[in-house]
Design a protein around this ligand. Structure first.
Ligand code: SF4
Length: 412
């Protein structure tokens, strides 16, 4: 690809002083039409006080009082791809800036492999929630219980509320996949609101198991990840202690050390839960708990997919709100593999110095990322050199072995 890389300047018209034109396409005099899918990164780089950045097809090249700085290459399929940024000749600062932006992105152009992981908000429980939301006529009020829950379904009229009191009279209230506590469920019913119960069956099972242990007079310990949405509803299902660290297990005080059982909150990777369960058993003997075929493996699968992608990537891009826990956890998983990691919540934040040395780029999507962000980033990367895309997915399958048939054969 780099053998076909070519940088040129052309005169064009139609760009006033103070304006910057970032071309969505331009016509190269010898190469013909040039697509510019990476234009958003050039637009972001040209933003500066006093400059008005526009994004549109460039006028024909040949004459005019503006300079169009370009880079272009020929894709293996014969398509010409590149970047073009123009500014008025009298606008020396903008012209130099345009040249610098095109030069720096030209250095980042290379043949590249993109690896994506199925790490978005799309576990079986959330897909079920989405399917139920799709059937709600009018706005659906989802009881999120927290204000920082991103809108997972922005293309639908979904409104996240903290409490039942925030739902207008007659509107449909949706119990989310990660469940609500018994009091909240009762409030929704008492108000006579139409209720759609999208609680994930795996979450319901944890609630039921905790209640069963409690009804038997066993002290219940909830093993979970701090801050996960499923935790408060489970903790409200029955009297129970909550542990999120080994230290909390060590400090746990129970009424009867001979009668302790545990349940595991979805959202915690099973390998992390196993460490806490083992510690619990080292303190309280047998300590019964859920069977492994009753766990939610979504967090473990997600982490395994993230690790698989990052371990094969020179650079891993973690998409989502930089400050949220989920983004940080994905970034930590990727960093542990030795990959260079960058976080971003907009494609315009990509940097040429990140991409220039990266022949393989992993993309991990945090739950807070806009649903279309991964597609936007891949679109930009497709304008920075020939691209192949591989998707990694890890899915744990639970299989129940048939009981062995013993003694069914007679010796002859
Ligand atoms: S329990 Fe697992 S599958 Fe169900 S909603 Fe939670 S993370 Fe998704």
């Amino acid at each position: 690809m780099r053998r076909t890389l070519e940088r040129d300047n052309f005169s064009i018209s139609g760009v006033a002083p103070g304006d910057v034109l970032v071309a969505s396409t331009f016509i190269h005099p010898t190469r013909g039409p040039v697509d510019c899918p990476a234009a958003p990164v050039a637009s972001a780089a040209m933003l500066a006080p006093g400059l008005r950045v526009g994004h549109r097809p460039a006028p024909p090249v040949g004459s005019g009082d503006a300079i169009l700085h370009t880079v272009s290459y020929v894709d293996p399929n014969g398509t010409v791809v590149g970047l073009g940024v123009a500014a008025h000749r009298d606008d020396g600062l903008a012209v130099r800036r345009a040249e610098e932006v095109v030069r720096s992105w030209a250095e980042a152009m290379r043949t590249r492999r993109v690896l994506t992981a199925a790490t978005g908000p799309s576990c079986a429980g959330l897909r079920r929630e989405a399917a139920m939301l799709a059937k709600v006529a009018g706005p659906a009020y989802v009881l999120a219980g927290r204000r920082d829950v991103p809108n997972r379904w922005p293309h639908r009229d979904v409104r996240y509320v903290d409490q039942v009191a925030d739902v207008p009279v007659g509107a449909t209230v949706v119990l989310p996949a990660h469940g609500v506590d018994r009091r909240t469920r009762a409030e929704a019913t008492d108000r006579g609101l139409p209720v759609v119960d999208a609680t994930c069956p795996l979450v319901t099972h944890v609630h039921d198991t905790a209640r069963r242990f409690a009804d038997e007079g066993t002290g219940v310990v909830l093993i979970g990840g701090a801050g996960h949405a499923a935790m408060p509803p489970i903790a409200g299902a029955a009297p129970m202690a909550v542990v999120t660290t080994v230290e909390e297990v060590d400090e746990l005080v129970v009424d009867n050390p001979d009668r302790v059982a545990f349940v595991v909150s979805p959202g915690l990777a099973v390998e992390d839960a196993a460490v806490l369960a083992a510690r619990l058993r080292s303190r309280f003997g047998r300590a019964p708990g859920q069977h492994p075929d009753e766990f939610c493996y979504s967090a473990s699968d997600r982490r395994a997919a993230a690790r698989a992608v990052a371990s094969c990537s020179d650079l891993t891009l973690v998409l989502g709100d930089r400050d949220l826990r989920d983004t940080g956890e994905l970034a930590a998983t990727a960093t542990a593999t030795g990959s260079t990691v960058e976080r971003l919540d907009d494609a315009g934040q990509l940097r040429p110095e990140w991409l220039a040395p990266a022949a393989s780029v992993g993309i991990l999507v945090a739950t807070s990322a806009r649903p279309d962000l991964a597609g936007e980033v891949i679109e930009v990367l497709s304008g920075l050199g020939p691209l192949s895309i591989t998707r990694r997915q890890v899915a744990t399958e639970i299989r129940h072995a048939a009981p062995a048939r013993v003694g069914t054969r007679r010796a002859s």
